[in-house]
Ligand binder design. Structure first.
Ligand code: 6GU
Length: 226
């Protein structure tokens, strides 16, 4: 899996790509992630990437040409070009599982007031990470990078994501570590019992209880209702 990011602020990615699990996945060549500056694809001498909105209004608009040239530079027959925008389809775990099967993803990140509308005609998909507004698509693209990378075979143990919140639309069960008694709050007895079937049942019941309380909308979509 290869991911190319197109952005005006490549430095924003330094921490995320060079820490923890993403760093290790890159070192182990399980994923290749490169970040490119859209400004390198400008043709005019001032390296302009944005201009005033035609017809008036607030802010600046990203011009089509540098983005068109950047996309075409990295695009192959295997590429899926995803525009990060609050107008896109709301991202979720199911989409993460779909995206991890793509050979090559190009993540296009905008800033300022937005993209010239014509840019939409040369992307394959538009994705948002939720109903709130960020200053740019970069943080959102990092959310995709992180959530996709951890699903790639070999990045983390399969067990760790097969039980994730949202697989089967259930929230996670509670987990505990030592000490067994922390300021009077005790680890549930069943977890100390060593009885694997009882532990599994308790965890499943807790998942349903928690999902019912916090996210009844998810429970309707889960197999538990069938
Ligand atoms: Cl993908 N971009 C921006 N700018 N804001 C967002 C978003 C994306 N998703 C949620 N808010």
């Amino acid at each position: 899996m290869k991911i190319d990011v197109l952005t005006l602020f490549p430095e924003m990615y330094d921490g995320v790509l060079n820490s923890s699990i993403i760093k290790r996945a890159r070192e182990n060549k399980l994923v290749e992630i490169n970040v490119h500056n859209i400004r390198d694809f400008t043709l005019d001498k001032h390296n302009r990437v944005d201009d005033y909105p035609i017809g008036g209004g607030e802010g600046m608009v990203l011009m089509p040409e540098p983005i068109y040239r950047a996309i075409n530079h990295y695009k192959t027959d295997d590429s899926v070009v995803i525009m990060m925008t609050p107008q896109g389809k709301t991202y979720n775990q199911k989409m993460a599982y779909e995206f991890k099967n793509y050979k090559h993803i190009i993540l296009l990140c905008g800033h300022y007031e937005g993209f010239d509308e014509r840019i939409r005609s040369f992307v394959d998909m538009e994705v948002s990470i939720g109903d709130f507004v960020l200053t740019g698509g970069e943080l959102a693209s990092m959310v995709l990078i992180d959530s996709i990378t951890r699903l790639i075979d070999g990045v983390i143990e399969r067990d760790s994501h097969e039980n994730d919140s949202f697989n089967n639309n259930l929230l996670d069960y509670p987990v505990y570590t030592k000490p067994i008694d922390f300021m009077g709050m005790k680890v549930p007895d069943v977890l100390l019992s060593g009885h694997h079937a009882n532990i599994a049942k308790w965890r499943h019941d807790e998942q349903i209880k928690k999902t019912m309380l916090r996210r009844p909308d998810l429970l309707e979509k889960s197999d538990e209702c069938e």
